[in-house]
Design a binder for this molecule. Structure first.
Ligand code: UTP
Length: 297
């Protein structure tokens, strides 16, 4: 029988060192793309993929995420009294988006450890993992693509995308036997390899559909690269016990936990915005055409 993927773990407990000092007291997942925090895009992707239960793994300094998805009676009252009904509706929708539970990772021991923190709440069913600082913009939600593949291959699926050779040291890299266009059975998985040692240019992105047997492996997983308990290392061990797969996710991926990635996403989502896109495009064209470097207005 096909087991539905109903739950997702969102590991949100990292320190966000690439985005300091902004991340000193505020979560990077709450950075806005135009007017919505990044993590809301990821929650909406999960919900659009049929995943209605989200387990957020948080840590110190991440309270703003909980407040964002909670009901805000005071704000709703103000909007109601001012007759701002469209905004009221928008704000209410956020707290009704999904069933969200929170658990804390007390120390940032790595992505693998963060996923392990969700074990009790997942139980024995298959589940998705989505990184809350990666936004994937495409015709079909990224998690929905992976869930479809999961049901076809009946095993864990890791989302991957090709990256320039020079970037492989920043990612987990997967390689294996190609089964069909965009789908491989993994036989090699390395976290942050050197350019010379990388088995391919297929980088692990922040989307997975996994099975509960990964938890037993994570339980005894030793720290790897950066002294952190790496999910990639545990998945490599799992690939020795059962077939696991990588699927090339379709869509444009923005790593908003990286300053340049965030700026790119801001520009793209600004240009796509129905209210602001036109004037924003004009503004960008004007400043880019100013040869003396003067600031546009
Ligand atoms: P990253 O390495 O991208 O995030 O981890 P980070 O540690 O927050 O950021 P940098 O690299 O220092 O800038 C991938 C994901 O895993 C989560 C992060 O929140 C991020 O979404 N994570 C990482 C945890 O939840 N716990 C950890 O111990 C480590």
């Amino acid at each position: 029988m096909k087991e539905e993927v109903r739950k997702a773990i969102f590991p949100l407990a990292g320190h966000g060192t690439r985005f300091l000092p902004m991340t000193k007291a505020s979560p990077k997942e709450m950075l806005p793309l135009v007017d919505k925090p990044v993590v809301q895009y990821v929650v909406e992707e999960a919900v659009a993929s049929g995943i209605g239960e989200i387990i957020m793994i948080t840590g110190r300094g991440k309270r703003a995420i909980e407040d964002h998805f909670d009901i805000s009676y005071e704000l709703e009252d103000v909007l109601m009294k001012k007759g701002k009904l469209a905004l009221l509706e928008e704000v209410r929708k956020i707290s009704d988006l999904a069933e969200i539970v929170y658990t804390r990772q007390k120390e940032s021991k790595g992505l693998g450890h963060a996923v392990l923190c969700g074990r009790q709440l997942i139980g024995s069913e298959p589940f998705a993992v989505a990184l809350g600082d990666e936004v994937i913009d495409g015709p079909e939600p990224a998690l929905s693509q992976l869930v479809s593949v999961f049901h076809r291959v009946n095993g864990p699926v890791i989302g991957v995308q090709r990256v320039p050779k020079a970037d492989v040291p920043f990612y987990g890299i997967a390689a294996g036997q190609q089964l069909e266009e965009g789908l491989i059975r993994i036989d090699s998985l390395v976290e942050k390899p050197s350019v010379e040692d990388a088995p391919s240019d297929l980088a692990v992105i922040g989307r997975y559909v996994l099975t509960a047997d990964i938890f037993e492996i994570l339980e005894t997983q030793q720290p790897g690269v950066g002294g952190e308990i790496q999910l990639t290392d545990a998945l490599r061990t799992l690939s020795g016990k059962r077939p696991i797969y990588a699927y090339e996710v379709k869509g444009h991926r923005y790593d908003t936990g990286d300053k340049l990635g965030f700026l790119k996403a801001t520009v793209q989502f600004g240009l796509k915005n129905p209210d602001l896109g036109g004037v924003f495009r004009e503004y960008l064209e004007r400043i880019l055409s100013l040869s003396d470097g003067a600031e546009g207005r």
